[in-house]
Design a protein around this ligand. Structure first.
Ligand code: ASP
Ligand code: MG
Length: 479
């Protein structure tokens, strides 16, 4: 790797830090990189979901169930400390810290069981403990193994708006904090260890940036410290041509552009959180997706420089799609209708995937998520007042992603020829040169993915170095 500032951000996800063995592996990966490092960590696997469930149980006044779940999570952290922190003085401080977090969560459970109402802000107050606890055990494990590491609290660096559960950072404020608190540590060649996923409002209230957003945190840190590279260490070999759970012979991509990666993440691929590309793209910092369980794999490079342009790179899908077909009431003038629509949307802030309009209808495509479930009924009620609103559920949005798709010969034709008999509800193409989407019935999803994968990727491994077969070792790591 060519170095600019000699700084690398390394992010390790939940499965990469799930137990003592995985954390030992992380420490070895960190030790083997000679650059200055910011290490961003997720909560240990399943901890965030457990914390959300603890909050839900507490709000339902089921404190017994909440405490049972809590003690399981706490215990997993103690087991890691017992195994990895062998120095008795360090072991004691590490364990005490976990005990004090347990006390804080128990207090929150008590309070919530009295209030009896769960808000997104309170959910965030619970969620941050996952990363606080994991970073604590990783910090003491690193110290125990001789690393010169400093633990920071991401809430003191990453300042966000107060859109709880999907907060967005304020880069200017965060930059001031990073300049003051992160860069001096790097200058002293300290390894900076930070939590992913979380930040805080200007007033210091804990926020989170959306499930799986530690990748985004890594990209934010990468941008704040002007890193040479952002490494996302996960449990797959990189970006694949399709979800290997559906297509067993999916291939690994050696490279993908920022724009393509952004489209893939927007349209369902789980490998990188959808917001991660923006900060990296803005400063042109390459992102490398690597497998912490298979360090010999070369991973996938996400960057602005492509050796293989004009290619279909991957096919992805998003399930549980809701389609709202909105037709304005006849009495409403087109522009008044638009104004009312935008007003409703800006108040409910649904995460819209696609919005298509003609002069007398509007199609809104939304992927159902925990968030949309909370707001969905109210949204529909308000639409009903100004329109005939029809709702179609249980669709799947299938998207082919690549560069300059319009220049690939017979691209559109091949999609339909390889899918005889499939009825696509809508086709979305031409907004940008990187994606082509089809809205199909859920039952047809796997068949369409198989057909498209055969058409665009199978038999392409010998073409060039873009598509690589996964070896046995790698397949195992994905399963
Ligand atoms: N711990 C958070 C989650 O499980 C964030 C992350 O892992 O990226 O969603
Ligand atoms: Mg992830």
């Amino acid at each position: 790797m060519q170095t600019k500032n000699g700084i690398v951000v390394m992010k390790f996800g939940g499965t990469s830090v799930q137990d003592s063995e995985s954390i030992t592996n992380v420490i070895n990966i960190v030790k083997s990189n000679p650059l200055k490092k910011v290490v961003v960590v997720s909560a240990i696997s399943k901890a965030t979901t457990a914390l959300e469930n603890i909050a839900r149980f507490a709000a339902d006044k089921n404190t017994a169930e909440a405490e049972k779940l809590l003690s399981e999570i706490i215990n997993r952290h103690h087991v890691i400390i017992d195994t990895l922190v062998t120095d008795s003085a360090l072991k004691q401080v590490a364990a005490e810290k976990i005990i004090s977090y347990e006390r804080e969560i128990t207090e929150l459970v008590k309070g919530l069981s009295i209030i009896n109402e769960l808000s997104l802000r309170i959910l965030d107050a619970f969620r941050v403990f996952g990363e606080l606890m994991s970073s604590n055990v990783i910090y003491y494990s690193m110290k125990n193994s001789g690393l010169d590491v400093e633990l920071i609290d991401s809430r003191e660096i990453i300042k966000t708006n107060n859109d709880f559960s999907r907060a967005y950072p304020n880069f200017e404020l965060s930059q001031l904090n990073a300049d003051k608190k992160v860069k001096p540590l790097l200058d002293k060649k300290k390894i900076v260890l930070a939590q992913g996923f979380m930040g805080s409002t200007e007033e210091g209230i804990s926020t989170t940036m959306g499930r799986e957003s530690s990748d985004f945190s890594a990209a934010i840190y990468g941008s704040l410290v002007d890193a040479d590279e952002i490494q996302i260490w996960t449990d797959v070999d990189g970006v694949l041509t399709c979800d290997p759970n559906v297509i067993s012979n999916a291939l690994k991509l050696s490279e993908i552009s920022f724009k393509e990666m952004e489209e893939l993440s927007n349209f369902g691929a789980k490998v990188l959180h959808k917001n991660s590309v923006k900060p990296a793209l803005k400063k042109d910092i390459p992102i490398k997706i690597l497998n912490s369980k298979n360090t010999s794999s070369t991973g996938t490079l996400v960057s602005s420089k492509l050796s293989y342009p004009e290619h279909v790179k991957s096919v992805t899908y998003k399930k549980n799609i809701i389609v709202l077909r909105v037709k304005p009431k006849e009495s409403l003038n087109q522009f008044i209708f638009w104004e009312m629509m935008l007003n409703i949307l800006s108040r409910h802030k649904p995460q819209i995937d696609i919005l298509i309009s003609s002069n007398n209808a509007l199609i809104i495509v939304i992927a159902e998520s925990a968030y949309t479930k909370i707001h969905y009924d109210e949204l529909k009620n308000e639409f009903d007042e100004i329109s005939d609103c029809e709702i179609v559920k249980d669709k799947v949005l299938i998207t082919l992603v690549g560069s300059d798709l319009g220049t690939i010969s017979n691209f559109e034709q091949s999609i339909f020829i390889c899918n005889p008999g499939i009825k696509a509800e809508s086709i979305i193409y031409g907004f940008n040169p990187h994606s082509f989407s089809l809205l199909v019935n859920s039952g047809e999803c796997d068949k369409v993915l198989c057909n498209l994968h055969k058409q665009f990727f199978e038999g392409h491994t010998s073409d060039n170095g873009l598509f690589r077969k996964l070896n046995k070792n790698e397949e195992k790591s994905i399963a």
